[in-house]
Design a protein around this ligand. Sequence first.
Ligand code: ADP
Length: 306
Amino acid sequence: MISMGSERRRLSSGLGSMPNTDPGESVPAVRVCGLEYRYPDGKEALRGIDLTIQAGESVAIVGPNGAGKSTLLLHLNGLLPGKARGTIGHAHTLGGELPARGRSAQPSVWIDGLAVNQRSAAEVRRRVGLVFQDPDDQLFCNTVIEDVAFGPLNQGIRPAEARRIALECLTQVDLQAEAERLPHHLSFGERKRACLAGVLACRPSVLVLDEPSANLDPRGRRRLIALIQGLSGTKLIATHDLELVLELCPRTVLLDAGQVVADGASRAVLGDATLMDAHGLEPPLSLRYASAGTGMRRSSLDPPPA
Ligand code: ADP
């Protein structure tokens, strides 16, 4: 089984040193410091995000629509929102206005200690595997196997080896029989798994998933959860599927209006009915109700009956 890369070395890029890390300290897989982002139309999407994720952690990013989850994920691999696959740009600041065109911004995101910016973009993309919410944003080749082999080929791996890796990853997501099919002839769930295979083929150290279970039927959802559960490495999952969070992520970060409003154990964050309500969410059913003998009983999270 292919697992995500586990290389953990301090990268000396000379492109911006990461704040608050002692030489003896292990380098976090993801470090975000005071990240702000404003879309070209003026919409302020991120307003000073601070986040540290250690190697091997599985962390959920939750929040209401428009909270900034997708925008944050796009920053982790240097993809400028709204640009086509492979187009790299970065426009974040440590505060104040966006920098003028051509003026360099202070880095606000580090992956394995490597500052994310235009110069590091290729290496960052190799390390951070982003699975988009909509598989059609990610699949573009004539066959499934070509799509999955695209990343390794792009990394300079020879075609025969890239194809071998692609087939291995397709087997991992149980799509080996579909290797020669047109990606757009696959079902939605199969296309999602093909995207995951394409990302795994690049052996990322950080796997980033945007709404992995959205639009999947129950069987497809369970299958994807089991797949994700079986992967080692650092995982970041933005989702509205809070039951999935409880299964996959011990830690949850709650975003609202471009800011981190809570960061802690998933059961504590998601089980806090007042906090969840204040940010347009509800505790997941499994925390509200626990099955007891013959039926369901109310948990202490619910207000007492009138
Ligand atoms: P979430 O993923 O939590 O739903 P997003 O990151 O998609 O939130 O959006 C955060 C904010 O940025 C929202 O107010 C949204 O309207 C805005 N936004 C997202 N994409 C764009 C875009 N391409 N141009 C302008 N504003 C955008």
